[in-house]
Design a protein around this ligand. Structure first.
Ligand code: FAD
Ligand code: NAP
Length: 339
């Protein structure tokens, strides 16, 4: 057995919230063989296990009593092409944003709107990461995943991933049953620019971009994100803490009578309401409670000002959920994975 397993390992530097918890056992795997060995050890000892990418979508509320497996499988390449597409494969441990930049450098178009999202490529299909009108599901060709029970590799097509809004089969029915080893994206040779969403066009104008390109869109997205979102290096957070709720048209119209300015994005009989607006309207934006709080520029992001515990952040999120329910009859759902 060659795998290095550390004991009572601090996870503080391994989660972007910066929550100070420890894992009874910790290992970092760099090959599939090491992953299989780690799983064998965990199973033999009946240790629970936890897969970790960049730790940017996790809130730890207690020490993890088991084996944390950091996935550091590396490698990215274009594996094939056809008339209109490049098929680009990334191993699970590749950093997502570096992968986006690599695709842009090679003129593989389609994920430029997903620039600067923290975390790993392996986690991208977990919650179907999305931003500025593009989601993983729009470009995903296949996911290669190892079945934990049998140790066998499976290939999931886009359809089999059962993607939804910040959802996939891996986050629901197959949670803890598969570990993502690699993803392959089907990217365009001729770019389809997506600039209609949010303030992309405004930022492109501000940048005086006359010759639109995937690089320009990526830069615009990076600028917007840097101006709005706290960098986890400076202020612990896990991005949007809650999903944007999707409510019935009836409830939306009822709310509109009371709140004429309530934003909503309609799809057939449903309306997606920005959770950040609800939280701000209820007066939470910028509120600091103990060592944690609601970010002053983006109410959807909960932050750790230094020494917050996971439970403090969790309790804050619970209070917000209850308050939003009281004000708007909408039940917010957490996007962040709670451990
Ligand atoms: P982790 O936090 O390490 O893991 C998340 C979950 O997936 C855990 O349950 C973990 O066990 C599991 N997991 C991780 N890797 C694997 C694997 N290979 N196989 C099986 N299970 C695995 N998200 C968006 O969708 N859009 C955004 O625009 C966005 N912006 C963000 C901005 C900031 C500042 C931050 C901090 C976060 C943001 N996020 C966003 C959330 C987060 O970056 C993504 O969800 C990202 O994909 C998480 O990747 P990760 O590697 O850090 O996952
Ligand atoms: P924003 O532009 O202020 O918009 C607020 C919300 O309204 C967004 O969350 C978005 O929902 C929705 N929205 C805006 N324009 C829309 C349109 N044309 N059609 C449909 N829905 C629209 O949002 P922001 O907070 O600055 O974030 C910008 C993008 O980055 C969003 O896509 C957001 O999801 C993503 N982001 C995600 C995280 C995370 O951790 N998950 C963190 C930061 C940013 P959607 O969320 O459905 O896009």
């Amino acid at each position: 057995m060659s795998l290095k397993i550390e004991q009572n390992f601090s996870l503080k530097a391994k989660n972007t919230f910066g929550i100070d918890v420890s894992s009874t056992y910790f290992t970092k795997i760099t090959s599939i063989e090491e992953l299989q060995e780690a799983l064998f050890i965990a199973k033999s000892n009946q240790w629970p296990f936890l897969f970790l990418g960049g730790g940017s979508n996790i809130l730890f509320t207690k020490d993890f009593e088991g084996l944390t497996i950091e996935l550091s499988l590396k490698g990215k390449e274009c594996i094939k092409e056809d008339e209109h597409h490049y098929y680009v494969r990334a191993m699970a441990g590749e950093n997502w944003h570096e992968f986006v930049l690599y695709c842009i450098d090679n003129q593989y178009a389609g994920i430029e709107n997903l620039s600067l999202i923290p975390g790993s490529c392996g986690a991208a299909p977990m919650q179907n990461i999305g931003a500025y009108g593009v989601e993983t599901k729009d470009v995903l060709y296949q996911v290669e995943a190892l079945e934990i029970e049998t140790g066998k590799m499976h290939i999931f097509s886009n359809e089999e991933c059962r993607f939804g809004y910040r959802e996939s089969v891996f986050k629901r029915t197959l949670k803890n049953k598969f570990v993502v080893i690699a993803i392959t994206l089907k990217l365009n040779k001729i770019p389809v620019f997506r600039t209609e969403y949010g303030s992309i066009q405004e930022e492109l104008d501000r940048m005086s971009v006359s010759d639109l390109s995937i690089k320009a869109i990526s830069n615009a997205v990076i600028n917007i994100r840097q101006s709005k979102l706290p960098d986890p290096k400076d202020l612990g957070n896990a991005g949007s803490f809650f999903k944007n709720p999707v409510i019935s048209l009836d409830l939306y119209e009822t709310l509109q009578k009371q709140y004429q300015d309530i934003p909503g994005y309609k799809t057939s009989n449903y309306v997606k309401v920005p959770a950040g607006w609800l939280i701000e309207k209820a007066g939470w934006k910028g509120k600091k409670i103990g060592a944690c709080g609601v970010h002053e520029k983006q109410a959807l992001v909960l932050v750790n000002y230094g020494n917050a515990t996971g439970n403090e952040v969790y309790n804050l999120s619970e209070n917000i959920i209850q308050d939003i329910k009281k004000h708007f009859s909408i039940e917010l759902e957490r996007e962040v994975n709670i451990y």
